[in-house]
Design a protein around this ligand. Sequence first.
Ligand code: BG6
Length: 491
Amino acid sequence: MIIFGASGDLTKRKLIPSLYNLAVANLLCQKFAIVGFAVDAMTTEVFRQQLTEDMKNFAETPIEPKIWDWFLERIYYIQGDFQDAGAFERLKQQLDHVDHEHGTEGNRLHYLAVAPRFFGEIVNQLGKASMVIQENGQWSRVVIEKPFGHDLESAQKLNRDIKQVLSEDQIFRIDHYLGKETVQNIMVFRFGNSVFEPIWNRHFIDHVQITAAETVGVEHRGGYYDTAGALRDMVPNHLFQLLSLTAMEPPVSFDADAVRQEQADVLHAIQPTSPEDVLRKMVRGQYGAGTTEEGPAVAYRAEPGVAPDSNTETFAALKLSIDNWRWAGVPFYLRTGKRMAQRVTEIAIQFCRPPFVLFRNTPIKNLDPNRLVIQIQPEEGITLGFSAKLPGPVMNTGLVKMDFDYARDFGKTYSSGYERLLYDCMTGDATLSQRADMVEAGWAVIQPVLDVWKALPERNFPNYASGSWGPAAAAELMSRDGREWRTADPS
Ligand code: BG6
């Protein structure tokens, strides 16, 4: 495995701890080695020492010295510039050496843990150095993580550029949301059980809410975030993964292409957004100062790396419609934001109300609709809320829950979320990777929103306080439809 950008954050925080976890689980091939490649001057020895130090901070479980030593012996470092063809030649020589030392047989997993502007360049250099040729049974794959493009046009260009060098089956566009157990469980929940699928459609479901709320601000990433914003950062990738897994048709098999085709079809079925729709159905927000769970918080415009008059949104809410037989007329409300009142990522499926109020001559005035909530984080599980009769001689109801809790029912597992993704890339299973058309379909959905928001900068930013549930317009988006966001209230 070659890690481009090996001296950066992702390597020490996620990649190395996940690879180590795979080694502990005996899922790492014995014929395995890592070559780190980055611009910082460093020897292999120093790289190994640094990683050993970093593991003390980032490993989730105590390190087993025997496994760590085995792992460390397989780690190398090459210093080089991504634009320098000579550096790629040196890298190639190192890889030949590694093949010889560790029996890695010429198989390559190139992981681009670098700033997106280098994606095209690195793939190009790999091509020029003949490092991605698949022959004699050897494979060579490239892993790319979001952001894949900045908008539809740049995503299309990046796809075109890398496809000049790589075939689609060599490209693994990964999304860390798909590494989350609860996200992978959506498919098992829907298609591994027979009770839910018959009611998973417009006849029974009133609407769907998908929320990814964070309490943190932009942290140390102001520079990047200010050029991206909440919509680009979260929606065409993470939220659309959740949406497509929730809304897809049952695939004919669990093969990568069968699953990905169904996900792509959902994205293609999202109703195109007109400029009027953007004004009526999409809401943006930016946080001001306020108080969060962690204490007082500064306004977005006062964050390091952010322009003091920035018009970048830190909150986005969208109402989308999926034009197909299953979902016609069922709105999908999506929202994401930073510095929100609570950290919660979940999918809430709200079922239709009972067709009439049988209990009208009793104290029961309104029956709450059933709601199925797939909790992704920080709680991980699934809850179904339903009405039950309150004990006593008078007819009244209370809302109760049936619930599945990952930690309680299956025990706590330690995972960075990258283990499964890396494992799949190594074994060549592309089910959890995005095909070019899926990435472009996601961008195509939000492109009209990006265009209108750019043409009409918001004048009232900041429009929500840190520690709140977002701008008032987001609540109005729901109340106009006679609905409301599910907030902290579990039901
Ligand atoms: C990243 C975004 O892709 O996902 C971040 O760039 C965001 O802004 C993060 O904070 C959220 O990931 P998670 O796993 O904490 O929900």
